[in-house]
Design a protein around this ligand. Structure first.
Ligand code: ADP
Length: 254
């Protein structure tokens, strides 16, 4: 069957939570391939910073500031992308918040916020991006889960976070099923310990304990996660869908 080869240069990507960490690395990497990148973050300063860095390197970027858990913000962002560029061809659902404390001490408000940003935010960006992808018969959606989804938060005490990220893995499979007839793939990465501002906040002791359980005895650099996201976002990855790829230095073998 003949396949249309899409060029990176003809595509627009929305990367959420792209002000720092994995999201920023992904935005920079996509832009370096020629993709126009809409840089989302709830923090306008870091979003602006990523946009400026992309432009400094000769790439194309626009800010898309907003809260991924707020449907009005998500609607505004996707309507803007539809009007200006015909919608996003690639959506990377990366925005996230972490909470490290025992489940017993998690307040209802904290639980709701973790689930709202990490899971509802991905749902909203999928359903708001998909109609334009369906029109084009093409789309790449990449969700960022976490190995916390598998080990129940473990000694980090991030059970709420792990629960939200397990939801992301299921959302990925369900969305893959639903959108497959329209040429849209939906996949996820499950990063392990990654060197980002989120994990820099960890104590040295916690970091050492995590590393002792890994085959590759170090934290990943954000670019190592971004590289897998970019592969899943590429036109060449069309035969992979509904998949969640561990990028965790061998922390979870199953
Ligand atoms: P990671 O390890 O995933 O890179 P970081 O904490 O370094 O984690 O980055 C997560 C990014 O997501 C931050 O830039 C943060 O501001 C952003 N973010 C958090 N909550 C939201 C939200 N509700 N909407 C958009 N972006 C958000």
């Amino acid at each position: 069957m003949a396949m249309t080869v899409r060029r990176w240069e003809d595509q627009t990507a929305l990367v959420t939570g792209a002000g720092r960490g994995i999201g920023r690395a992904t935005a920079l990497m996509l832009a370096s391939k020629g993709v126009r990148v809409a840089v989302n973050d709830i923090n306008p300063d870091t979003a602006r910073d990523t946009v400026e860095e992309i432009r400094r390197r000769g790439g194309e970027a626009v800010p898309a500031v907003g809260d991924v858990s707020d449907e009005a913000d998500v609607t505004r962002i996707h309507d803007g992308l539809a009007a200006d560029y015909g919608g996003a061809d690639i959506v990377v659902n990366n925005a996230g918040v972490i909470l490290s404390q025992p489940l017993q001490d998690v307040s209802v408000e904290q639980w709701d916020r973790i689930l709202a940003v990490n899971l509802k935010g991905e749902f909203l960006n999928i359903v708001h991006a998909a109609p334009r992808m369906v029109e084009k018969g093409y789309g790449r959606i990449v969700n960022v889960s976490s190995i916390a989804a598998k080990h129940g938060g473990g000694f980090l005490g991030n059970v709420a976070y792990g629960s939200s990220k397990a939801g992301v893995a299921s959302l990925t499979r369900g969305a893959a099923r639903e959108y497959a007839p329209h040429g849209i793939t939906v996949n996820a990465v499950m990063p392990g310990l990654t060197h980002t501002p989120m994990t820099d906040a960890m104590s040295d002791e916690t970091r050492a304990r995590i590393i002792s359980g890994m085959l590759v005895k170090r934290a990943a650099e954000p670019e190592e996660i971004a590289r897998v996201i970019v592969f899943l976002a590429s036109p060449e990855s069309g035969f992979i869908t509904g998949e969640t790829i561990d990028v965790d230095g061998g922390a979870t073998l199953d």
